[in-house]
Ligand binder design. Structure first.
Ligand code: PLP
Length: 378
């Protein structure tokens, strides 16, 4: 038996996504810029995906811009806004994904100034912190909706109300929250929002940026003017069609799917606590993304535990998938102020809607067994 508990790293595509992508490549492979019937058919598929993503986010389809994924959407949001100005101030948090943090660091090298808000012990930043950091030259606030390592949800709607009418743009990276929580751009009051296909049972290498009408941003890529000039390059049609189908299914099913992920996660956690001592949760339990659990195990190295779990068929990750393997301690867990031992023994589990209660019990048993084995070997 193999148990996949790494759904924050990526998710298994829906069969309907695979079928639609395959059909697109076999039957509807035209270029959507073409003016003949092949082009028009491809354009119709592009338009349909834009509508599906727009419906998922409660946005106008013309506010959706397809990208190569969450990383590119974050880069366009941050650098695209900044490039309209020569200087200015950006507010973000110190626990953002590297796509946001590295964009901010690059902008600092270009002369922009950035405030990195520290989270509290639960992994949350407050609207008050944003208000206190605002300056007359603040251009943009970029705070993620849900953290990819510890699942902490940020008060985006409150920050949206704070910034409404101020002229300061608000971007949120919702890569992790789409499909697990309500993500409605009107309720959140955001000007830009990032999502990624492969986190919602869609394909890898495709994502979208919502840009509210009137928010003026500079393109990073210039060329044929696709995506209304914001993202030149012939569209990744199979990916975009797959993302559209995934968005449609996510729109219909996210509440039920989030409940399933939450049930599997809480079953695992209750079971594990009955079997094992010396386990601590990293981040707060309230306002946590459905299915996320980040745990530290006293007396255990996470890399050794991961290997034993993998050999037993259980897939989890040590830090965020993108940075695991780098060997560096997680910047998110460091920002929570965890001591060395907790940093080195941290494991992220991310349950998805496919995970069953039976799998949760089996995983708890395997975890308890492997942690006890490592502790006995100390
Ligand atoms: C919060 C967050 N933002 C951005 C990304 C990057 O998305 P992509 O893999 O589509 O580039 C990830 C991926 O793990 C993520 O978790």
């Amino acid at each position: 038996m193999r148990i996949y508990l790494d759904n924050s790293a990526t998710t298994c595509p829906y069969p309907d996504v695979v079928a639609a992508m395959s059909e697109n490549m076999l039957e509807n492979w035209g270029n959507p810029s073409g003016i003949h019937s092949f082009g028009r058919d491809a354009y119709d598929a592009l338009r349909c995906s834009r509508e599906q993503v727009g419906t998922l986010l409660n946005a106008d389809p013309d506010e959706i811009y397809f990208t190569s994924g969450g990383t590119e959407a974050d880069n366009i949001a941050l650098r695209g806004v900044a490039q309209r100005f020569e200087r200015g101030h950006i507010i973000t948090s110190s626990i953002e994904h590297h796509a946001v943090l590295e964009s901010c660091r690059w902008l600092e090298q270009q002369g922009f100034s950035v405030t990195y808000l520290p989270p509290d012990a639960d992994g949350r930043v407050s609207c008050g912190q944003v208000a206190a950091a605002l300056r007359p030259d603040t251009l943009l606030v970029s705070i993620m909706h849900a953290n990819n390592e510890i699942g902490s949800m940020q008060p985006i709607a409150e920050i949206g109300r704070l910034l409404a009418g101020s002229g300061v743009l608000l971007h949120t990276d919702a890569v992790q929250s789409v499909g697990k929580a309500e993500v409605d751009v009107q309720k959140l009051g955001v000007d830009m929002l990032t999502l990624s296909g492969h986190k919602i049972n869609g394909p890898k290498g495709v994502g979208a940026l919502f840009v509210r009408h009137g928010a003026d941003i500079e393109p990073l890529l210039r060329g044929g003017g696709q995506e209304r000039g914001l993202r030149s390059g012939t569209e990744n049609m199979p990916g975009i069609v797959g993302l559209g189908v995934a968005a449609g299914l996510t729109h219909q099913r996210w509440q039920q799917q989030a409940a399933q992920a939450r049930l599997a996660c809480s079953t695992f956690w209750q079971d594990l606590q009955g079997r094992l001592d010396g386990v601590t949760v990293n981040g707060g339990m309230e306002d946590r993304l459905a299915g996320n659990l980040n745990l530290s195990f006293a007396g255990v190295e996470s890399t050794s535990l991961l290997l034993l779990l993998d050999m037993a068929g259980v897939a989890v990750s040590a830090a965020s998938a993108c940075s695991s393997g780098s060997g560096a301690p997680s910047h998110v867990l460091q920002a929570l102020g965890l001591d060395e031992q907790r940093l080195r023994s941290a494991v992220r589990l991310s349950f998805g809607w496919q995970n069953t209660v039976t799998e949760a019990h089996a995983a708890a048993e395997i975890f308890a067994d492997k942690v006890s084995l490592l502790r006995a070997a100390e």
